[in-house]
Design a protein around this ligand. Structure first.
Ligand code: NAD
Length: 476
């Protein structure tokens, strides 16, 4: 059984849960110790006790630890990427790319630890100087989803440690193996006792115990809107600092003047790569009528050609969905879209493969209306819908007609429309002639409207959440 990491010690528990491969349910990766409320409270106490010393630690110490962690992840990216794919189901080259990205994130924040500086200025009063410095926030709780089991924890844990906070990390139930591997790497990279704690376990128990504990000063959460709303409701009465990254219903607008090859590739990648299980997935394809039929026909061909199979087989273009529950939910969304008048062009069928897994052929639904459930609710799987629109203005209005605001894309050769879309799309990230999913790690990530709340993640901007400002007035 793989233990928890609390206060620098590996801890077993009486209860463990098997981690099952979604490509092959007969393949059990390992059994993972499950934390309860008591372990959660012990981990929070350890993080609190470690905070004063770590908060004043030398930046070079933090740099070296993060650097070592990044170096090891990079050196082991093939193995870690394949482990990730085995537990989450994205194909191996996507898993390896994610492991590489996690390493890059650790390297980025290793350097940021040395870059942290403040400002000195003159006061309004003669002889007085003003210093503005950044300090750690304290104990940071991190609650992560299952779809990027290494990259999302990395882009929360690395800046938290970089800026001298202590961490209590709760990964999603479906992906304990990647989280455990990351904890093992950080432990051996030299993170002091109590500074980083790993709690595998159920959200309703471990996550809830974290929410209920006022000793957690800041909470960085990525997951569904429903859970994010709970996190906010529990945290606001404590005045806890919050960072929430939640769902999306991201539009990809395709105009008549688009390069058809580019548009089809953007839609294929944005909607279906990583099995469509990306918060930035292009789930609404909004296409002007001059190109609509040709676009749909080309995209249908490309989607039908995707080979769905075991995540670790080289021949697979797309792996299984992550769980039986997700599979059933996707089938229900597809059935509802058809009942509401959508036309299932391709896919949407449960597939049998040599091993028993949660295989679903990628689904493309056309003739949909913006108000249909398939266009208003996040599916979070390999399902995309097409909405036919008259012109650019119509497309923009449909793209923005959603409570979500994570990412928005446009395929066009018109500079005028691309520029207008960049300005008017109601989203935290905008892509022009690129898939909506697939972002760089060194620039801000996050959305608007109900997709996100709080300061942006990633890049230099990450310091806004993970530090607090102090203004000191000094009269020598
Ligand atoms: P989820 O909300 O079910 O779970 C997220 C995390 O919250 C898990 O670790 C879970 O155990 C925990 N949790 C559940 N109940 C809790 C409670 N009562 N208290 C505290 N924690 C609790 O989400 P998921 O299914 O793991 O992930 C899918 C969602 O994540 C999608 O909506 C997707 O769009 C979103 N997502 C967003 C981003 C982004 O950056 N915007 C990135 C990836 C995924």
């Amino acid at each position: 059984m793989k233990p928890l990491l609390i206060d620098g010690a590996w801890q077993r528990t009486s209860h463990g849960v098997e981690n099952v491969n979604p490509s092959d349910t007969a393949d059990v990766i390992d059994t993972y110790a499950q934390a309860g409320v008591a372990e959660t409270q012990t981990a929070i106490a350890a993080a609190l006790a470690a905070a004063p010393e770590w908060g004043l630690s030398a930046p070079l110490l933090r740099h070296d630890i993060l650097r070592r962690a990044g170096d090891e992840i990079l050196a082991r990216r093939e193995e870690l990427g394949r482990l990730l794919s085995r537990e989450e189901g994205k194909i191996a080259r996507e898993g390896i790319a994610e492991a590489t990205r996690a390493a890059q994130i650790f390297h980025f924040f290793a350097a940021e630890a040395l870059r942290l500086s403040g400002e000195t200025g003159a006061s309004l009063r003669p002889g007085v100087t003003v210093e503005v410095t950044r300090e750690p926030v304290g104990v940071v709780g991190i609650i992560a989803p299952w779809n990027f089991p290494l990259a999302i924890p990395a882009w929360k844990i690395a800046p938290a440690l970089c800026f001298a906070n202590t961490v209590v990390f709760k990964p999603a139930e479906l992906v304990p193996a990647s989280a455990w591997a990351l904890a093992d790497i950080l432990h051996r990279a030299g993170v002091p006792d109590g500074v980083f704690n790993l709690l595998n376990g159920p959200g309703a128990v471990v996550g809830q115990a974290m929410l209920d504990d006022p000793r957690i000063d800041a909470l960085s959460f990525t997951g569904s809107q429903a859970t994010g709303t709970r996190v906010a409701a529990a945290s606001l009465p404590m005045m806890r600092r919050l960072q929430l990254e939640m769902g999306g219903k991201n539009p990809l607008v395709v105009l008549d003047d688009a390069d058809l090859d580019v548009a089809v590739q953007c839609a294929l990648d944005g909607a279906f790569f990583s099995t469509g299980q990306r918060c930035t997935a292009s789930s609404r394809l909004i296409v002007t009528e001059g190109l609509h039929d040709r676009f749909v026909s080309r995209l249908t061909e490309a989607v039908s050609a995707l080979r769905v199979g075991h995540a670790l087989e080289d021949a697979s273009d797309m792996g299984p969905v992550v769980s039986e529950a997700q599979l059933q939910q996707h089938l229900a969304f597809i059935a509802q879209a058809r009942a509401q008048g959508g036309h299932l062009r391709t896919g949407g069928e449960v597939l049998r493969r040599e091993t028993a897994g949660f295989y679903l052929s990628p689904a493309l639904i056309t003739e949909t209306d913006p108000k249909m459930t398939i266009n208003t609710t996040e599916v979070f799987g390999p399902v995309a819908s097409v909405i036919r629109v008259r012109d650019y203005e119509h497309a923009l209005a449909v793209a923005n007609d959603t409570p979500f605001g994570l990412c928005a894309g446009i395929c066009t050769t018109s500079l005028k429309h691309a520029s207008d879309f960049k300005r008017k799309a109601q989203a935290g990230m905008v892509m022009v002639n690129l898939p909506t999913a697939g972002v760089d790690h060194h620039v801000p990530f996050g959305g608007t409207k109900s997709s996100s709340h709080g300061p942006r993640e990633q890049g230099g901007q990450a310091r806004e959440f993970f530090t607090t400002l102090k203004t000191a007035y000094v009269q020598p």
